[in-house]
Ligand binder design. Structure first.
Ligand code: RUQ
Ligand code: CUA
Ligand code: CA
Length: 648
């Protein structure tokens, strides 16, 4: 089909279906995805896929799949860092192979490494007064590394917890979580993004702030006295210091926050709002024709905080400035700018050249393109209306969610309802918006299997977008894999975007529930293999230092591991003692990790080379207990044990 005819057919289809996108029809349309078992194999998005993408199983005789194989002993060229959704973790996959390399425990418990079991990890997760872990659950949605000069510096990754409103930081040298902060006044902390340059001092060109959007509006004093006055519910935008991981300030807004993006010059952060209506029921959230993409003027917000123009709420000491429309009538002093975009947007992504933000319609078959420079002009009082910052709104298909960029002027948006990836050209979209009828924004479409959520390009969230791969994290795998039970894996489909046409090159199964990822090249993964023993103030540096110390009922066992033995063959404690075991792994050899488990005491953790960890428990069960190494380390691994006697 010719491109011209394609465009016409598509436009007709969109207009035809657009009428359907009202409250009731949307519910049934979305319902199809989950309820109709035929929807998978018959999910021929052909109704709209008037391109030459072939509906069907996606296999294409023209693709040389062997080009994307990773042979035994070879390394992957790219790595995706993925958030694990309500598994509460983060994962590292290789690309193009799709091999899973690591699951990084963040908000979850993990008995492989002892996350949530060791004293050190409990302290990071947060504890209650009795020393037990405060929350055992988490829901990680968005993961983004720290930046230097608009690209990743390989230092940290930040990931959110939607359930309890927490932000975690992962050190990229060890790929371990090192700090977690709980945001005050927030429920449903969803989108997060670090800044890419300091908004106040442009010479500081690295991440100093992490922006966090809360999706659910709640009463400001959430004291159990207000269920019905939903107009008083508020959603709050938060800034966390990337080094101290303390909350710096918050902004009260109209509507809600969903996804978050940051500018390349440090001046703005933004969030798409699908519930500008502040509705408490889903039909209310869909009642307005337009919602917004909300921009935050970071320097002005920080000036306001400095000048004391803030309030405190709900017992929190964090300064909260007022970013509502009513409090910001004059653009020249406004802290926030609400740019109207089409209905219930989902996803906002900054283009790698720093010029645009693409905000998807979700309930409108459009993406809204907003120009960064024009938003700045609005803040200078030079635009009559914030809507003037919109420079394009191409019709791209049904259910647009997230957009990746290739660094060559093209955008790739996931279409949830159409189950497609649509490639559209930014300049053509701008021309078309200006009325140029010859400009054709949509240049390609590809069916994916099925219903994509996030999609992202290699290095696409940086100025170094390389236009090599797009990964489509799909919400349903249906018939792509042998069902291994009612809970299916999800599909991450790898698409080669280096040519004019998108090519589906691999289906990878991913453990539920992948949310968002970034793709980075191999050279950005630079981990350490052995810890420095001096990093741990409580390290037991020599096997000769192993001992048991008692202070009243508190007993500390100083222990080392060195394949294939622990530094003490046996030790004795008394019933009722509070026992702390401090274990240092003295092995210096790369990949020589030991484990330590105590039966019936629920103790299980690992120590990596030269690392120290500790656990504390009450010795309340008399008997002899074999403390054994859980991690295969040596030919005599099974013999690597100690005995603990708990005296009756
Ligand atoms: S959201 S499927 Cu939690 Cu990232 Cu868009
Ligand atoms: Cu040490 Cu197995
Ligand atoms: Ca809405």
């Amino acid at each position: 089909m010719s491109e011209d005819k394609t465009q016409k057919t598509m436009a007709a289809a969109i207009i035809g279906r657009r009428r359907f996108i009202n409250t009731a029809a949307l519910a049934s349309l979305v319902g199809v995805v989950g309820c109709n078992e035929k929807s998978a194999s018959t999910a021929t998005p052909a109704a709209l896929s008037a391109s030459d993408a072939k509906p069907g199983n996606g296999s294409d005789g023209n693709v040389d799949y062997s080009k994307y194989e990773v042979h035994p002993g070879q390394l992957d060229d790219y790595y995706s860092f993925s958030s694990g959704g309500h598994a509460g973790d983060a994962r590292i996959y290789g690309l193009p192979s799709g091999r899973l390399f690591k699951i990084i425990p963040v908000f979850n418990m993990d008995c492989l490494v002892g996350w949530g079991i060791t004293n050190e990890s409990k302290k990071i997760i947060g504890t209650k007064a009795d020393g037990s872990v405060k929350y055992h659950t988490g829901d990680t949605h968005h993961i983004h590394p720290s930046y230097k000069d608009g690209t990743y510096d390989g230092k940290y990754m930040f990931v959110n917890d939607k359930i309890h409103g927490r932000l975690a930081r992962i050190r990229m040298d060890t790929m371990e979580t090192d700090k977690i902060v709980e945001l005050p006044l927030v429920q449903g902390f969803h989108g997060t993004f670090p800044d890419k340059r300091d908004p106040v001092d442009p010479a500081i060109n690295y991440t100093t702030r992490v922006f966090c959007g809360s999706e659910f509006s709640i009463p400001l004093d959430n004291n159990g006295k207000n269920m019905d006055a939903t107009a008083d519910y508020r959603s709050i935008f938060t800034c966390v210091d990337s080094e101290s991981m303390e909350v710096r300030w918050q902004v009260l807004i109209d509507g809600n926050c969903d996804l978050v993006a940051s500018s390349y010059d440090g001046k703005l952060a933004c969030t798409n709002q699908y519930n500008s209506e502040n509705g408490a029921h889903y039909e209310d959230m869909m009642s307005a024709e337009m919602d917004s993409c909300l921009f935050f003027n970071i320097a002005r917000i920080e000036e306001a905080v400095k000048a004391g123009k803030f309030k405190n709420y709900g017992g929190s000491k964090v300064p909260v400035v007022d970013g509502t429309k009513a409090a910001n009538p004059d653009p020249k002093t406004a802290l926030t700018c609400y740019v109207p975009v089409s209905k219930n947007p989902h996803g906002v992504n900054a283009s790698p050249d720093g010029k645009y933000y693409a905000c998807s319609g979700k309930l409108s078959p459009t993406a809204t393109l907003i120009e960064h420079a024009l938003v700045l002009k609005w803040f200078d009082g030079e635009l009559k209306d914030a809507r003037e910052a919109v420079v394009a709104e191409p019709e791209i298909g049904l259910g647009p969610l997230h957009t990746g960029f290739d660094g060559r002027g093209n955008a790739y948006t996931t279409l949830f309802l159409d189950s497609q990836i649509v490639k559209w050209n930014v300049e053509a979209a701008i021309k078309s918006f200006k009325g140029d009828k010859t400009a054709k924004p949509v240049v390609d479409r590809l069916d994916v299997q099925y219903q994509p959520g996030h999609g992202f390009t290699s290095m696409g969230e940086t100025k170094d977008a390389d236009g090599k791969y797009f990964l489509s994290d799909n919400k349903f795998s249906k018939d792509r894999f042998l069902p291994v039970g009612p809970l299916h894996p999800e599909t991450a489909q790898l698409i080669d975007i280096s040519g004019d046409k998108m090519k589906l090159v691999a289906d990878h199964s991913v453990y539920s529930e992948p949310h968002d990822s970034i793709i980075i090249p191999r050279n950005l993964v630079r981990t350490r293999q052995v810890y420095d023993i001096n990093e741990f103030p409580n390290a037991v540096k020599d096997a000769k230092d192993c001992r048991v110390e008692r202070k009243g009922k508190k007993v500390t066992v100083y222990l080392t591991s060195q394949a294939p033995t622990f530094g003490l063959r046996e030790w004795t404690v008394k019933r009722g003692d509070e026992v702390t075991i401090i274990l240092t792994n003295l092995d210096k050899v790369e990949d020589l990790t030991h484990g330590f488990a105590i039966p019936k005491y629920d103790i299980n953790f690992i120590v990596n080379p030269q690392e120290t960890k500790s656990v504390t428990f009450i010795a309340d069960k008399p008997g002899v207990y074999w403390c054994y190494c859980t991690n295969f380390c040596h030919a005599l691994h099974l013999e690597m044990r100690s005995r603990m006697l708990v005296e009756a």
